[in-house]
Design a protein around this ligand. Structure first.
Ligand code: ATP
Ligand code: MG
Ligand code: MG
Length: 359
């Protein structure tokens, strides 16, 4: 396969080494080294991204804007092949080649709050540099990705058509989701709010989508497939969901699910370092809602999939999605329990919006 792809970039496949690289879950990723230069070669996952050229067009628009806005900003995007295209549609699939960021490393787990700070700062910087870019000119690469209202409707449909045994087993968790519908209402009021604009949002802020240098300072964000118009709560919320707890969504020992308060502060400080003057006062009031928004949505998605016999996520074992749903519900409960403590050290403009939640 590579012998057909690499020459399209002017690389001689006999003089090139190619190795699988990184821990990405969506695309196929290889490190390619040729003549002292390294690249990241990716085959785009077209099950997830139905129209890869939408991503490519987005990246071209953003690259053009950012090169003028801040020529020093490291925007890692695909290079052009000999044909002039930055995405190649080949018989083996869609491919793209980006410069490898030398001296970079990525983390799969966060152990230090400084790392959370650095990552949040990079995601904040990305949205901040693009604050004047018209987000609505971007293609939507995954429709309704973070549309909580739609996800909730899909959850209700899943309940109505649920596997009866699974519904019986999941009843108390279904009740929990329904008892927290106010989170959907808050989402809808955010979408409708004039003071909460659509922005250029990364939409996949997990920690291994940031590159660090050897001293664990953030270099840049990567994995730009889901960069689309959205709300800042998506990026902040997914950082909360994935940075605050030392255990992942796969953890089944619920006693290990707790919130590292200092990581919340680190995400806030890092993100606000870049976004303080960009976010509206209204957006700032939804800072802590962001965590509930994404954790709740993920719980809904796992539970809906369990009720529908794992048709979307699949399952490595019988109760996989059930356990992941309980994990996320536990995380949400922990978050709600200490939300006031989390927000207490923040500046007054980020005090939470007045929201009441059933516990
Ligand atoms: P995900 O599961 O997060 O969606 P993905 O399959 O879309 O991941 P990427 O995140 O784009 O794949 O890349 C996978 C990994 O490859 C990254 O986590 C990072 O370690 C490494 N990587 C990607 N691009 C670069 C780059 N330009 N320079 C150095 N390393 C990179
Ligand atoms: Mg990634
Ligand atoms: Mg990705």
């Amino acid at each position: 396969m590579f012998e057909n792809i690499l020459p399209l970039y002017g690389l001689n496949s006999d003089e090139t080494t190619v190795n699988l690289f990184g821990d990405g879950l969506i695309n196929h990723t290889w490190k390619v080294t040729a003549g002292g230069q390294s690249y990241i070669l990716q085959k785009v996952n077209t099950d997830v991204f139905k129209n890869p050229s939408d991503i490519d067009k987005n990246l071209c628009l953003l690259k053009d804007f950012l090169s003028k806005k801040d020529p020093d900003y490291l925007f890692v995007s695909p290079v052009k092949a000999l044909s002039g295209e930055s995405l190649l549609n080949t018989p083996s699939g869609y491919f793209r080649l980006s410069p490898f960021v030398e001296g970079s490393l990525s983390l799969n787990a966060l152990t230090k709050e400084d790392e959370a700070y650095e990552a949040a700062k990079q995601f904040g910087k990305f949205s901040s540099l693009l604050a004047d870019f018209d987000a609505e000119t971007l293609n939507i690469t995954i429709p309704d990705f973070h549309n909580l209202s739609l996800r909730y409707e899909q959850f209700k449909t899943a309940c109505a058509n649920a596997n009866p045994e699974r519904m019986e087993k999941a009843k108390q968790y279904v009740d929990f989701i329904n008892a927290h519908q106010d989170l959907v209402a808050t989402y809808l009021s955010i979408v409708d709010h004039k003071e909460v604009p659509l922005r250029v949002i990364h939409h996949d802020t997990k920690i291994n989508n940031v590159l660090f240098d050897k001293d664990y300072k953030g270099i840049c964000v990567i994995d730009l497939d889901t960069v689309m118009p959205g709300y800042f709560i998506s990026d902040v919320g997914d950082m909360m969901r994935t940075y605050l707890c030392a255990a992942t969504e796969e953890e089944t020992d619920l006693s290990k699910i707790s919130i590292r308060k200092e990581f919340f502060k680190a995400v806030y400080d890092g993100y606000m370092e870049e976004m303080q003057d960009v976010l509206t006062d209204t957006e700032k009031q939804y800072f802590s809602y962001a965590g509930k928004f994404i954790i709740y949505m993920q719980a809904i998605r796992f539970l809906a999939d369990y009720l529908q016999n794992d048709i979307y996520y699949g399952a490595k074992y019988e109760d996989h999605n059930f356990n992941r749903a309980i994990n996320q519900i536990t995380l949400l409960k922990e978050y709600i329990k200490i939300e006031k403590e989390l927000t207490a050290p923040l500046s007054s403009s980020a005090e939470p919006h007045n929201q009441q939640h059933a516990q």
